[in-house]
Design a protein around this ligand. Structure first.
Ligand SMILES: Nc1nc2c(c(=O)[nH]1)N[C@H]1C(S)=C(S)[C@@H](COP(=O)(O)O)O[C@H]1N2
Ligand SMILES: [Mo]
Length: 247
């Protein structure tokens, strides 16, 4: 037999739960319409952008990984560096950093490394799976110490397209993504010239043209307006390519 007391507690409990639910969902809907909701939705996008690109097994690696765009920078400076096996090459890390760096290849190869087998997708309609080894960009940025105002990382390359070098940029979400590395080896070999020796960017959540080869300088900036024509990359400025080329 159910006592009156049990019934009362039971119904009060149920009422409370119902009330509580209604209350929460209404608050929740309010939050979604508010500025805080905007932050929440942005946060979800950020969470998605932190997801890892698919990584493959050694058996999946493409027998041929074509080189695209520049295959050998034509400048005398680069050719002199290449002739000396890049012993005199330095990577400059500057702009909005606390400690500007000038890193030799040997120093970069001694930093922590990450190896990943990923698929490269070029807008021209080809893909290839390759193995990349390099230092996480985050490690280099942490060594330089990004200043508060820094929002983007710009990559300056050795090869020229007309008067300008090839250049690209990413935001800090991609800069700190665990699969964003400065690669110095490909398919278990030291990175070869057609693929961007001595150092190239791998930013695995984006299309091929974002993966700047022949890196010379990494610059932290507050906005992209001051970078060449203001759209953050050679193809973005010259051919209207998307700046965020997510895949
Ligand atoms: N410096 C530089 N980086 C570059 C390019 C280039 O021409 N110069 N081409 C881009 C394009 S369109 C692609 S698809 C990839 C090609 O990389 P791969 O030569 O290793 O295949 O590099 C990208 N990075
Ligand atoms: Mo490409």
């Amino acid at each position: 037999m159910i006592s009156r007391r049990t019934l009362l507690i039971g119904s009060t409990g149920a009422l409370l739960t119902g009330c509580d639910r209604l209350d929460r969902s209404e608050t929740f809907r309010g939050v979604l319409r508010s500025a805080e909701g905007l932050t929440m939705r942005a946060q979800r996008l950020i969470t998605d952008r932190n997801a890892l690109a698919r990584e493959y097994d050694a058996a999946d690696m493409s027998p041929i990984f074509r080189a695209n765009g520049t295959r050998m920078p034509a400048t005398p400076d680069y050719q002199r560096l290449a002739a000396g096996a890049f012993a005199d090459w330095r990577l400059a890390v500057d702009g909005l950093v606390a400690r500007p760096l000038s890193l030799a290849l040997g120093q970069i190869r001694q930093m922590p490394r990450r190896t990943q087998i990923t698929r490269h997708d070029c807008v021209e309609g080809w893909s290839a799976i390759g193995k990349w080894t390099g230092v996480p960009l985050q490690t280099v940025l942490d060594a330089a110490g990004l200043r508060q105002e820094a929002r983007y990382i710009v990559f300056h390359c050795a090869d020229r397209f007309g008067p300008h070098p090839y250049y690209e940029s990413i935001d800090l979400i991609d800069a700190f993504h665990p699969q964003t590395i400065l690669a110095w080896a490909m398919n278990d070999r030291i990175l070869q010239i057609p693929h961007g020796a001595p150092l190239r960017l791998r930013v695995e959540r984006q299309l091929g043209y974002k993966h700047a080869k022949y890196l010379m300088r990494i610059e932290a900036v507050a906005d992209l307006a001051s970078v060449y024509r203001g759209r953050g990359g050679y193809w973005e400025d010259s051919n209207d390519y998307e700046w965020y080329a997510g895949i």
